[in-house]
Each structure stands twice: as C-alpha cells, then as structure tokens.
Design a protein around this ligand. Sequence first.
Ligand code: ZN
Length: 233
Amino acid sequence: MFAERFVRARKASGLSMQALADQVGLSANAIKKYEHGDAMPSSSNLMKLAKALNVRSEYFFRPMKVEVQGIEYRKRASTPQKTLAKIHGDVLDQVERWYELLNFFPDSAKPIKEFMLPNELPALVDDYEDLEAIADTMRDYWGLGLNPIQDLVDTFESRGLMVILTHVDTDNKFDGLAGSIEDKPLIVISGSQNGDRQRFTLAHELGHLVLKGRLTDEMDEEKACNRFAGAFL
Ligand SMILES: [Zn+2]
C-alpha cells in the first residue's frame, strides 16, 4: 500500500526521484527502494517526505477503496508529460474520494446512472455537416429541450458521466480530457478556465465519447469534436 501511494504522491507533485531526494536529504536510490517496496522510510523521513509532497503522512497508509489504476486518456500532444502526470495524480485522488463518498449512499439511492448512447447515432460519420444532427440527437436523448443548458456539470453527472475539475497548475496547456475508469466514462477539465470555456471543453470532451469509433479516417477528430460542441451548446 505504502509504495503505491508514495509513487502516486511523488508523481502528482511533479518532482523527479532525484529532486525529491534532494529536498529531503536522501539519495535517489533510497526513494527508488521505497517506490519498489524494497524499503520503508523511518518515521522522521516519512514526515519529511510528506511535507515535501504536500500530503499528510496518513495519506501513505490510507487503504485504496477502489482500483483506480485503470484510467486511460486519449493522448494529447500539446500537454507536457509532466503536467499529465500531475493531473493523473489529482484525478486518482478525486476519483477515490468520489467512491468513498458513494459508500455512504444506500444501494437503492446510489446516484450513479449508466452512461448510454442513443441507438440512432450513425455508425460512421464522414461529413462535418452530420455533427449538427448528432448533437441534436444527443440533446433529444437527454431531454434537454431547446434552451441553453444551465448547469452542464450537473447535466453530465446525472447522465452517468463522472466530471472532474482539476486545479493542478497546467500553465494553460491543458483544456480537458476524456477517458474511462472501470469502464465508466470520465471527463477531466481544467478548473482555471472561465465558465464559457469550461462549458465548451465539457461539450468537446462529450464529443470524443460520442464520436469514438465512428469517424472515418478522413475526419479530424478535434475539429469534429469542436463542431459537435458548438452545436450541442
Ligand atoms: Zn479533443
């Protein structure tokens, strides 16, 4: 348990093994041993590590309530690897808390619906013009009527999409990501954007979930998701 959580906290901090070692006065090799589960830090080193990683020392020993390793994101070339690693750590923590919270709900009242797509969606999309109709189909399917959607996050969550707002400093190099955890769809958006941009990003990421596997090779997925988002909103 310790090793796994320690690795997670270190990656979320954005520190390399060497950088962390330097901060706490240990060798990079010692850090590596902790991460591989080959050694445990002394309690005084544990406290230094917790401080350097900005977590409470109990963090390292909190049992994992759910397997949250299976998050897969679409690759995005413009977001630096290090930023993605930080986002990933934050997402894992938030998903874990989300599941912990869910445990308080009785089975009959769990606020999770299964995310579903309407059968009417075309199997193949080869024209950007078609995206307007697809967005309409989604709005119909979700019963959204013709007016602007008031609370988009709430609308998504009540249709089975987990939405995570990350406040990790991404230096404006990150808008959002769509992925899945344990087969449940997940959308991550940056909390530092203004409301309109967040709304667009949410709709764009929904586009990725809706259009997955449907676009022909000639279609640019980013462009298609933007068209979808514009029409959906
Ligand atoms: Zn995209």
